[in-house]
Design a protein around this ligand. Structure first.
Ligand code: GLA
Ligand code: GLA
Length: 706
């Protein structure tokens, strides 16, 4: 499971500057006349910006004709920035190929499942598996790297941009041949492919790798082979990753000292690529996060950022993009509330980011994103957003001076496991219910734990979830033999494991583990379920929920648990009246297994149902929660601690003892907290009680140093 990871390399500060939290955004000077650039630099300085990402969509300006490069304008911009102390995260510029390229080589354009061509007109219209496109892109990378190899203002490479945002799936012939090669490498023989995909079903037997085609259009209302679909998702992530690696290696060969990254899209259910797998291929992890408006806002942000921190294996990561306010790509683009610009940035920081950047520096006047907010809005310097941006710059400077950069997010008590493969498999159709998907369940747990006053770590399945006091497997539908063994070893060794419905149902090929659910870990969980009982609100006479004896309410799905193990006991069961034989069926079961305990939650309880059940579950699992406030008004996160070793040129390894405690108000009312240390940032908050307590307003933040 564990892939070798690249050594961690973080962008170093410009000569003469001290290391600080990086602060800035995407900068697109090519959208503006040159007079504007000086104004940009002046305002960047005013705001405390110290880094911008440049050139992301500039291919047609940098290479206006095949083989003809124009770096002059970019040199001038980078020079202006560098002289003002603004470092550059330089793009490989390969994200949006110019018209001359696609006119000459329409075979680089990707195709959808019906064979329609994705024409130029937006961006990312290229296919990852095209050898022709790869040649052009690598040539551009080499030219960029050659030209900028000695530029003192570059601190990192921004390779391409959000791979797979628009070109995740390609069904072209290039993709087909690459998929065939991928299958050959993964399976060796066509017989193994037949086994993995269960091709005995519906006469899908393959005699040769040449017969493998992408999952192209099969007519409406029909069902693709789920094993093949799952592999096509894996392949698509890998095909783009190969492309990234080719770009990365071309740049690195020429500029070996510059760290490289590419921006991920870990937000809500965003699983375009297997970002945990990708994380091991970057020098440092970077992410683009766009807020979910409404009551989930801060929780979803914290959940996604915690997962990014898990992908980064707790090394500080880079927030490459977020928004100052509204985006422009939803149907209704809600504003951020006053305070949320700064609060969101500080929340990412709390969850392990050492760089806070936005899309984008100056709001566009024309083009598809002219209504997307930016650090410098249409209204200009005299605007609330820009004042907030300046205030944020000041806060980040303070935190840099206090010594926050380089510190790690403190490890939580509980790990909530996230698994890209399970999300991919549960989004397929032809399942018990399409209301159930993997990613929502870890999110429900994260929120319910937060409601208890506990902040959990969201941890990729390949990472060390089994080093935590307790771990949750939330609808982890796919469990291969190795992971099932890890579960066994963890619990028998004393671990405290929670698992839910829809966990351990299938192996890595999406073949069901037989003998009753959860087949992969039935022994550990001490339950056996024979059927699923989905619920919906579209059928008269069938309830859309089930009441549990502990007061929680289940929705969407419940397991029909027919027996429990001899060391298991039932914590709660269903009160279902006459419905479908569910009355009295066990809903929550705790099992003793080796030195540990395992709790099975057999239905979707959602945030409220889980929050209601957690005290009872914690008691049964012997998890101490006496110190939790159980109000959950505040999300409390800690960075730093004694385990941070940093190499310091003068003194060798330096041990730092500083801890920073962040408190975010999750509610719409003022929340009161104890002040645990020296206040460093008091944002929309007030210190009361002679310094002992703080009143944090909605969207407010308190940061103290201990
Ligand atoms: C039809 C088909 C069967 C099977 C069932 C499933 O009846 O003939 O092969 O797919 O639907 O409901
Ligand atoms: C993505 C892209 C940016 C921009 C933003 C807008 O994150 O990387 O170029 O389009 O979305 O939200």
């Amino acid at each position: 499971m564990t892939t070798a990871r690249r050594a961690y390399r973080w962008p170093q500060s410009l000569a003469g500057e001290v290391p600080r939290i990086w602060y800035g955004g995407d900068y697109n000077p090519d959208q503006w006349p040159e007079e504007v650039w000086d104004e940009d630099v002046r305002l960047m300085r005013k705001a405390g910006v110290n880094l911008v990402s440049v050139g992301i969509f500039s291919w047609s300006r940098i290479e206006p004709e095949e083989g003809v490069y124009d770096f002059d304008w970019l040199d001038r911009v980078i020079d202006k920035l560098g002289h003002a102390g603004v470092a550059v995260d330089l793009a490989s510029a390969t994200a949006s190929p110019p018209m001359w390229l696609t006119q000459a080589h329409p075979e680089v354009l990707w195709k959808n499942e019906r064979g329609d061509v994705c024409w130029p007109g937006a961006r990312q219209h290229w296919r990852a598996t095209s050898p022709v496109f790869r040649r052009y892109a690598i040539e551009l990378c080499r030219n960029m790297a050659e030209h900028y190899r000695d530029n003192p203002y570059l601190v990192a490479w921004h390779v391409n941009n959000e791979y797979g945002c628009h070109n995740r799936f390609d069904y072209s012939d290039d993709a087909m041949r690459a998929f065939q090669r991928w299958c050959r490498k993964r399976y060796g023989t066509i017989e193994s492919v037949n086994d993995a995909w269960g091709t005995a079903f519906w006469s899908q037997r393959l005699d040769d790798f040449d017969e493998i085609i992408p999952p192209r259009y099969i007519g409406d209302g029909n069902f693709h082979n789920p094993g093949k679909l799952l592999d096509f998702k894996r392949f698509s992530s890998d095909a783009l990753k190969d492309f990234f690696i080719a770009e990365r290696d071309a740049l690195q060969a020429i500029t070996p000292n510059l760290p490289l990254t590419t921006n991920f899209m870990v937000s809500a259910g965003g699983t375009a690529l297997d970002y945990d797998d990708w994380g091991s291929e970057t020098d440092f992890v970077s992410n683009d996060h766009y807020f979910t408006p409404g009551d989930q806002h801060i929780d979803e942000l914290a959940y996604s950022s915690s997962l990014v921190d898990g992908i980064a294996r707790k090394r500080p990561w880079f927030l490459m993009e977020h928004s100052t306010g509204a985006v422009n790509w939803r149907t209704i683009n809600y504003r951020k509330e006053p305070g949320q610009l700064v609060r969101d940035s500080l929340a990412h920081l709390a969850l392990g980011a050492d760089a806070i950047c936005f899309f984008q520096w100056r709001q566009s006047q024309a083009g598809a994103e002219k209504f997307h907010t930016a650090m410098l809005p249409h209204a200009g310097e005299d605007s609330q957003d820009f004042r907030d941006i300046c205030e944020l710059g000041g806060i980040l400077n303070t935190l840099s001076e206090e010594g926050l950069p380089g510190s790690e997010l403190a490890k939580a008590k509980i790990a909530v496991v996230f698994d890209y493969g399970s999300e991919w498999a549960t989004e397929h159709t032809a399942t018990p219910t399409q209301q159930v998907r993997h990613w929502r369940e870890p999110f429900d747990w994260f929120r319910a734990l937060a409601d208890m006053g506990l902040s959990a770590d969201v941890v990729p399945i390949a990472s060390e979830w089994d080093s935590y006091e307790a771990a949750v497997l939330p609808a982890v539908y796919l469990l291969n033999e190795a992971n099932a063994q890890r579960v066994r070893a963890y619990v028998s060794g004393g671990g405290k494991l929670f698992a839910t419905y829809y966990t351990g149902i299938a192996d890595e090929h999406d073949h069901i583990w037989l003998g009753g659910y959860p087949g992969a870990i039935r022994d550990v969980m001490g339950v056996r379920s024979e059927e699923f009982a989905p619920m919906g609100d579209d059928l008269a006479g069938v309830p859309d929920h089930l009441d549990l004896s502990n007061g929680a309410v289940a929705h969407d799905i419940a397991d029909v648990i027919t027996s429990i193990g001899e060391n298991a006991h039932v914590l709660a069961s269903y009160k279902a009246g006459h419905w479908s034989g569910m009355d009295g069926v066990p809903a929550i079961v705790v099992n003793e297994y080796g030195k540990g305990r395992a709790a099975y939650v057999g239905s979707r309880l959602g945030r409220e149902g889980l929050a209601k059940s957690l005290p009872q579950l914690f008691d049964a699992m012997a998890i101490d929660y006496a110190r939790c406030d159980r109000q959950g008004a505040v999300l409390r996160v800690e960075r730093g601690g004694t385990k941070i070793d940093r190499v310091n040129e003068a003194n060798g390894v330096e041990r730092r003892d500083r801890r920073f405690v962040f408190a975010f108000n999750r509610t719409r009312d003022t929340a009161t907290v104890q002040v645990e240390g020296e206040p460093v940032v008091v944002y929309r908050a007030r210190i009361d009680d002679g310094g002992r307590t703080a009143a944090i307003e909605p969207n407010g933040v308190l940061i103290v140093r201990c």
